[in-house]
Design a protein around this ligand. Structure first.
Ligand SMILES: Cc1ncc(C[n+]2csc(CCOP(=O)(O)OP(=O)(O)O)c2C)c(N)n1
Length: 673
């Protein structure tokens, strides 16, 4: 809690700014009050939760005055003040909070996720701490594109306990990124007093631990905020790296609109009211001889009229068209890599070398592309996917990162939002689990929330599967987790040609793409035509024609299915093998066609566990389309993966098990029901 203070005089040269800040803060308070009232009316005019910034208005009012047009802001759910103090119009912001068609995001974001990167407002974020990594990516892009811009990311004191925020502090420090980490310390972590769970008296003390400058200031003083942010921005702009600015403020209202604050001592609330920043600034303006009380009252009345008129216009405006709810999940347009001038010729290549060549061509083709991840730069990746690429394209475009998956993925989100085309590596698919937020809550949402105004051309490469000796934390096949998520593309190349083609197709996509390679396939060799025009995203490959039974499969199960089909052929069974390649978009037409050609006899094979696997969805789709189809699934049983090769062999759906399943399926079709 901030102690009561004696008002500091305002210098004459600051009079204009102080008056403007006073009006802006009043406007924000009135705006928030009306939103609160509308949300607690019976019935509520605004549905859902609001996190209002009463008591914290001086922070955006002061900070935005120190930023320049090329700078960007990343806020939290308590971000109305940042949206208003920034470059968005009050009417479009209130309309968004009221879920109107004319809102910044057409009602898709609501109060807590207002997103307007086109206006330098990268957006609010409802995931505590998630903005830090994204800010790092925006800063990477600012540096690479030489905009001279800095990025300010605001977060609460509670957020300083979040892993993603720590990763972003580490990441920003590692590259001296132009980021200002601004902590709005209101003393509360939702319903818990931060002092009870944070054992440091000043959060800015932690900055030194990251190797950056840190300072604690009075966040209820817009002049102090302006001057401190101006210094931090100057440091960032001149290459001095990130700063951590802790702004102490009082939370005047509850955590959210329906918070009855039963947990909060009355004295704490009273103490907060006594340091109301608007009250304090009003006193200072009067005591410094800048404004009389009557002028301040006039200003208040004027603001009230303005907000009332604004509210009337917003409430008279239309709600979104329900038919539009399905639009803008992913983009319709796709720039396909074109045929190169060189004549087509096939070269025998390993899968991993094909990945390397695809990355090389992506970097050569487009200056906006970046390649980074753990060990990706100097060493060229633990599997060699990026070998020699740093030497060829330089450390600014191909680089190593801290061991910080949330920062890797989140910075890719920020960089892609800011005009770059990052390709990042997550060393093992199992490591995605520590940072899924940045894919699912962040990347997958951008196009939808912005109604297609912003898109995220980013590629995440990883690899998965069981190999002899790999333990349960380095063996999982996790595609089903991502398959479930709208807004991202998902592919699993099974051959060197597809490893090459699909990566280039992914890099041309305007949507986030996750490519899961097969570690067990990396040393497989096959002919690769590096100059052919790749097939479009979402097309399956008929790896083997047949008519007795269709095996539908993908990823590491493909060679096993091919081997099983070869063995079956020797026994007179003519099996087709459809390698789906892409799970999103899913090639429903190719599935329907192979199912029809095989008389509705289908075996779906994947290395991932059977329960909740992608096979279940495909089986459902086949049977929904043809109730007579006979569909079986073969996956790993629902067991953790042991390291012992002997134990692994007992679980994995290898060729022998596939052949047995094919025979059983055909037998069941011959047996009358
Ligand atoms: C990752 C995550 N964990 C928990 C929450 C639930 N939550 C929403 S706001 C909040 C409190 C955060 O406190 P602080 O960072 O101090 O910000 P303030 O709300 O005070 O602005 C919590 C725990 C969340 N949204 N995201």
């Amino acid at each position: 809690m901030t102690a009561a203070k004696t008002p500091k005089p305002i210098k004459p040269e600051d009079a204009g700014f102080a008056l403007a800040a006073y009006r802006q803060m009043l406007f924000l308070r009135r705006f928030e009050q009306r939103c609160l009232d509308l949300s607690t009316a019976t019935p509520p005019v605004i549905a859902g939760s609001l996190h209002l910034c009463a008591g914290q208005e001086a922070i955006p009012a002061g900070a935005m005055a120190a930023l320049q047009p090329q700078d960007n802001v990343v806020a939290t759910y308590r971000g109305h003040g940042w949206a208003l103090a920034g470059r968005l119009g009050a009417e479009e912001v209130m309309a968004e909070i009221c879920h109107r068609a004319t809102g910044v995001n057409g009602g898709r974001a609501g109060s807590a996720l207002i997103t307007a990167p086109w206006a330098g407002f990268i957006g609010e974020n409802s995931i505590v701490g998630a903005g830090g990594p994204i800010a790092c990516g925006v800063a990477l892009a600012a540096r690479r594109r030489e905009t001279g811009g800095v990025v300010l990311v605001s977060f609460g004191d509670g957020a300083t306990s979040q892993g993603a925020l720590h990763e972003s502090l580490v990441f920003a420090a590692a590259y001296d990124l132009p980021v200002i980490f601004l902590c709005e310390n209101n003393g509360w972590s939702e319903l818990t007093a931060s002092a009870a769970i944070i054992k440091v008296d000043r959060l800015a003390k932690r900055a030194g631990g990251y190797g950056m400058a840190g300072v604690t200031i009075d966040g209820s003083d817009p002049l102090a905020v302006r001057d401190t942010i101006a210094q931090a921005a100057e440091r960032a702009r001149s290459g001095g790296g990130p700063s951590f600015v802790e702004c102490r403020v009082a939370r005047l209202w509850g955590h959210y609109n329906r918070d009855i604050e039963h947990y909060r001592p009355k004295e704490d609330k009273a103490a907060a009211a006594s340091v109301d920043p608007i009250l304090l600034l009003g006193q200072r303006l009067q005591q410094s001889g800048i404004a009389e009380e009557v002028a301040l009252l006039d200003c208040q009345a004027d603001v009230e009229r303005e907000v009332a008129a604004l509210e009337a216009r917003v409430l008279a405006s239309a709600t979104p068209d329900p038919a539009s709810a399905r639009l803008h999940v992913v983009g319709a347009r796709m720039d396909m890599p074109q045929r190169t001038a060189s004549p087509s010729r096939a070269t025998e290549t390993t899968y991993i070398a094909a990945v390397n060549e695809a990355l090389r061509r992506i970097l050569a083709k487009d200056e906006r592309s970046l390649l980074y991840g753990e060990d990706v730069g100097k060493a060229g990746g633990i599997f060699g996917a990026s070998r020699n690429l740093q030497r060829e394209f330089g450390e600014a475009r191909v680089f190593d990162t801290p061991i910080a998956e949330a920062a890797i993925l989140g910075s890719a989100v920020g960089a892609a939002l800011s005009g770059l085309r990052p390709v990042v590596e997550i060393m093992w698919a199992d490591f995605l689990l520590v940072a899924l937020d940045q894919i699912i809550n962040q990347a997958a949402n951008i196009r939808y929330v912005t109604q297609g105004r912003a898109s995220l051309p980013m590629v995440i490469r990883t690899q998965q599967g069981t190999t002899p000796g790999s333990c349960a934390q380095h063996s999982q096949s996790l595609e089903a987790l991502l398959f479930h998520i709208p807004g991202i593309r998902l592919g699993l190349p099974a051959t060197p040609q597809d490893a090459y083609d699909m990566l280039r197709v992914a890099a041309a996509s305007e949507d986030p793409v996750v490519l899961i390679e097969g570690r067990g396939l990396y040393q497989r060799r096959a002919e690769v035509d590096f100059d052919r025009v790749p097939e479009p995203m979402g097309t399956a490959r008929l790896a083997r024609a047949g008519s007795d039974l269709a095996i539908i499969t993908w990823g590491t199960a493909v060679p096993e299915a091919m081997e099983a089909a070869d063995q079956a052929a020797a026994a007179g069974i003519d099996a087709a093998v459809l390698d789906l390649r892409w799970l999103s978009p899913l090639d429903d037409a190719a599935i329907a066609s192979v199912v029809a050609r095989c008389g509705g006899r289908v075996l779906i094979v994947h290395e991932a566990n059977r329960t909740g696997g992608v096979g279940a969805e495909i089986a459902a789709r086949i049977v929904e389309a043809d109730r007579k189809a006979v569909v079986q699934r073969l996956g790993a049983p629902d067991i953790r993966m042991p390291a012992s090769p002997v134990l692994q062999a007992a679980l994995l759906p290898k060729a022998g098990a596939i052949l047995s399943a094919m025979r059983a399926l055909l037998e069941s079709c011959r047996t009358p029901a």
